[in-house]
Design a protein around this ligand. Structure first.
Ligand SMILES: CC(C)(COP(=O)(O)OP(=O)(O)OC[C@H]1O[C@@H](n2cnc3c(N)ncnc32)[C@H](O)[C@@H]1OP(=O)(O)O)[C@@H](O)C(=O)NCCC(=O)NCCS
Length: 170
């Protein structure tokens, strides 16, 4: 009996206070804008950009939580500059905020000319990913470790987005 009590207490301690913390490594996904990615004006489809942003975010989330993850939602994305046929497209994704089971991934997209390597920011956005366990249900993720000023600034961005989302849900 005494042994049973001890193990219950131990279980609670593990789930409540011993959630591991972890640093997020940025992920880079590089592609080239092929003719089948473009509209008749030779500019990359917004939907294709979103697809690759989601892919980069998924890789960042999988690497971070070490398990399966699904996209729950995306925040607003504005396309600032067109990506032309033949340009290199560079996606960078990083987990910037974590909840209990959710991860907010920031993705920035740059285009790069093949001749001269001129880089331009095309868009940036946030993808909300949820870690999924073997039973298909959300499971806890490690708490994001913040070391630099940039880490803290990005954490605050993610936190504001979450609060804004929660306000809309009310
Ligand atoms: C996303 C999904 C796992 C949430 O499942 P759920 O049972 O509603 O989960 P819960 O209510 O327990 O919430 C789990 C977490 O998800 C977050 N979440 C749920 N919906 C969300 C949304 N629309 N945007 C951002 N986060 C969301 C919650 O805030 C919570 O985060 P927290 O643990 O960090 O506090 C579920 O709705 C799902 O499987 N959706 C389909 C995902 C999919 O197929 N994506 C591919 C694109 S179609």
């Amino acid at each position: 009996m005494a042994g049973k009590k001890k193990s219950i207490t131990k279980g609670k301690t593990t789930s409540r206070t011993r959630r591991m913390s972890k640093t997020a490594e940025p992920v880079q996904l590089v592609d080239i804008c092929m003719p089948n990615y473009t509209n008749p004006r030779g500019v990359m489809f917004g939907g294709k950009v979103l697809e690759l942003m989601d892919k980069a975010a998924a890789i960042a989330a999988h690497r971070y939580c070490g398990t399966d993850a699904v996209t729950a939602s995306t925040e607003r994305v504005d396309f600032l500059t067109p990506i032309k046929n033949g340009y290199i497209v560079d996606f960078r994704a990083k987990v910037i905020f974590t909840g209990r089971t959710s991860m907010t991934v920031k993705v920035t997209v740059h285009s790069e000319t093949t001749v001269g390597g001129i880089r331009r920011l095309c868009c940036s956005g946030y993808v909300n990913m949820i870690a999924i366990g073997p039973k298909g249900k959300p499971i806890p993720v490690p708490t994001l470790r913040r070391s630099t000023t940039e880490d803290w600034a990005e954490w605050e961005e993610g936190k504001s987005l979450r609060l804004a989302r929660q306000r809309c849900e009310i």
